[in-house]
Design a protein around this ligand. Structure first.
Ligand SMILES: Cc1cc2nc3c(=O)[nH]c(=O)nc-3n(C[C@H](O)[C@H](O)[C@H](O)COP(=O)(O)OP(=O)(O)OC[C@H]3O[C@@H](n4cnc5c(N)ncnc54)[C@H](O)[C@@H]3O)c2cc1C
Length: 290
């Protein structure tokens, strides 16, 4: 049985959007295919008529500085991000997350756009970018609009993209300034099991002993990838000391309702691990920012 009817490989964003909108049946973007092909083969995806392969579009494969932003095209592979000097300098949490995803074969083809568009609450690249104040460039037939990454997710596996009409073109991340840094850490079972037991990403700016500003994201912390705003509020403007970090840990535990997942871990185990993960990740970003 054919799993799809038509496979198109456009060379530009406008051709890709055109291919999506003019398909006689359901059309779907394919990038690395590491999530999508399994979903189709294992019956977790609705019927697909047309697959639109976006990996030959040069604009989507750029990774470069554009004015005061780091631009990463949607089809840039996770391996390329992991070893990119620009990503390591300006988006360290993302480079670290990209280095940990799957194994080498997966990272060679899996893309950042696919990681975000699949919309899983603990997707590593997505959680890292949540802490980096990322804007998503969404292309439609009309225009390319900017959407804050946090607003991209409507539920588990559900994005704000208009299906069959829009695609993610790329991501813009503010360049790192003096005394700013980020870090990403995760706890996982053996390599090869998709997604971590738990992950956490932190970005912060320090001035002497004070946290001037920060962003923290953790997964899985609900139905969508999310920032933990009340922990950020508690830490922002304060001096790093033991009491403050303990308060932050308590607040984090209050905010996240973990669930038990048969393949990964119980809610209780995640609850226990997240305390260590917050302290480790925060202090790593703190040291780097110094
Ligand atoms: C063995 C294995 C281990 C893995 N381990 C991890 C892990 O540790 N951490 C983790 O986070 N993930 C993991 N994954 C999941 C997966 O590899 C990543 O989510 C990957 O980044 C998906 O990218 P892709 O290019 O392969 O997406 P695809 O499979 O091509 O697409 C995924 C979804 O996104 C849509 N899509 C893709 N690109 C776009 C775009 N530009 N615009 C709009 N929609 C788009 C597709 O239509 C599809 O719905 C693993 C997968 C496997 C098979």
């Amino acid at each position: 049985m054919k799993l799809w009817q038509e496979y198109l490989r456009p060379n530009s964003i406008s051709e890709a959007v055109q291919a999506l909108t003019s398909s006689p049946g359901q059309a779907c973007v394919i990038a690395g295919g590491t999530d999508l092909l399994l979903d189709i083969q294992q019956g977790r995806h609705s019927n697909v008529h047309t697959l639109v392969d976006i990996t030959s579009i040069p604009e989507l494969n750029q990774l470069e500085v554009r004015r005061d932003l780091l631009y990463i095209g949607a089809t840039v592979s996770l391996n390329r991000i992991a070893s990119s000097p620009l990503a390591i300098e300006h988006a360290q949490a993302l480079a670290e997350a990209s280095r940990l995803i799957g194994g080498p074969q997966v990272r060679n083809v899996a893309t950042l756009g696919g990681n975000v568009a699949h919309a899983l609450p603990a997707a590593d690249g997505t959680i890292a970018m949540m802490s980096l104040d990322t804007q998503v460039l969404v292309a439609s037939q009309e225009n390319i609009r900017e959407v804050p990454l946090q607003k991209m997710f409507l539920g588990a596996g559900k994005t704000a993209l208009s299906t069959g009409k829009e695609l993610i073109a790329g991501f813009c991340i503010p360049l790192r300034k003096k005394n700013q840094a980020s870090a990403f850490k995760r706890i996982m079972r053996s390599q090869g099991i998709a997604l971590p037991i738990i992950n956490l990403s932190a970005w912060l700016q320090r001035e002497g002993d004070r946290i001037v500003d920060l962003r923290i994201a953790a997964g899985p912390a609900g139905a969508t990838p999310r920032r933990i705003a009340s922990v950020e509020d508690l830490l922002r403007g304060n001096t790093i000391k033991d009491g403050l970090i303990s308060d932050a840990v308590c607040e984090l535990l209050d905010q996240i309702q973990f669930r038990t997942s048969p393949q990964r871990a119980t809610a209780e185990y995640r609850h226990h691990l997240v305390k260590l993960l917050l302290v480790d990740t925060l202090l790593e970003a703190w040291d780097r920012a110094g």
